[in-house]
Design a protein around this ligand. Sequence first.
Ligand code: ADP
Length: 469
Amino acid sequence: MKKRNTILLLGITAIAILIIAQIIIIRGILKQNHEMLYLRYRLLSQEALVSLRRQYKVDVYDTVRFILDEYSREVAAELPLIRDEAEMNRKKGEILDYFTMTLNQEEYLSDYLSAYFERMGVEKDFTSRIEIRNLEIISTDTFPIIRTFSFFGKQPPEQTGGGKTAARTDISPAAGSRLLVERRGLEDNYYSLFFEFFIDFSDKRKMVLQASSASLAMSLFSLVIVVAIFMLTYKNLMEEKRLSDLKTDFINNMTHELKTPLATITVAGKTLEMERIRQDDAKVLETAKLIGKQSVHLNQLINMILEISMWERTEFQLDKKKAVIEEVMNDIVYSFRIGPGNSATITQNYSFNGLEADIDLVYFITMINNLLSNAVKYSARDPVINIEGFAENGKIFVRIADNGIGISKSDQKHIFEKFYRTSSGNIHKYKGLGLGLYYVKKIAAAHGGDVTVSSKPGKGSIFTVTIPY
Ligand code: ADP
């Protein structure tokens, strides 16, 4: 039990470590693919910008530049007249809002990028956003509206006045999950502007997952295989342990079974050595009979073990003959009633209608006898046995129901296995080697049939043998 728990614990720990390792690897892969995707779109955006400039002489911001200059001319006249600081701040906010809104509404770069991405066969649905970093209104004086971008330590954007502009893209992955396509400066008569253009893919997660699907599938697959192998190995190990336990139980039971007749014979031998007994003919005869009976029992036990071990090596050799089933059943029950079943109340109910079937009589009798013996053996009160027999769909059914101790559901799965004995209660209370039902199953199967059980602990059991005829 302790060893079993250790193996289970070790296995589960190993699998847990494996799962954690896989999660770390997968996260690494997802992150890497995310960066790759980012880089790819950055490069594509760069290419798009280069191609845009090569293709068109006009700039995508020409319209917006014109609108902004018109607006700036008006505010440049207003700003010097404002004295109140609060009013000045409100005005600056308004100017910034107007610039941001106009830039975002009037830019055509996103349309061009979308068309370019589509041509390249990559995802084309994204959202775009222009964010103003620096803005100044140029009037008699310069009015800074916003100044968030410091050019110290960073390369300042190229700015050209008089309608000419220059653009460049930044491929450092510092801009977060959004993709920074370009930083631009625009300058005209009444304003000087510097902004950043971002795009963002709404389905980014899906795109990264798609790109990582092969690695994800392989990782999941390998994990499933490892877990399956562990479970299979563990199950096999447990099965081996169960079989080895069964064998140990069998050896204990067998020793116990063999010892009883042997002890009786030994005692009988010692008795015969006594002068007083030897002179009493009746006692000698009785002791000799006892020795004979116990020797037969011993022989039967040894034969049973030999027979079982022989079955392991060779197939069942049946000697089938036609037999009237009802007669066979009546004979078996008659012998049983006057022999081991004399304490039992047995009722029979057959509707074979004189049916003849090909059976090996010796094995068939052994099979039914084993079931009847168990019905008597595993009973806590006076045994009542009902035997039913009928033929249906080309099969003979023999049903033996008892009012015995019954068998639990978990034991029912195993009782037909070699050496299996239910472990409830005192193991030696009911003598046996765990071979009877194994024998029954083998015989039924050798006839092309089967044996099944239905039982309730404390209520009794019903064994049904089916054999095709
Ligand atoms: P054995 O009787 O030698 O132990 P069997 O193979 O005949 O071996 O039976 C296997 C186990 O099934 C028994 O140990 C017993 O617990 C259970 N069993 C068999 N027949 C009955 C029955 N009629 N009622 C209750 N338990 C039974």
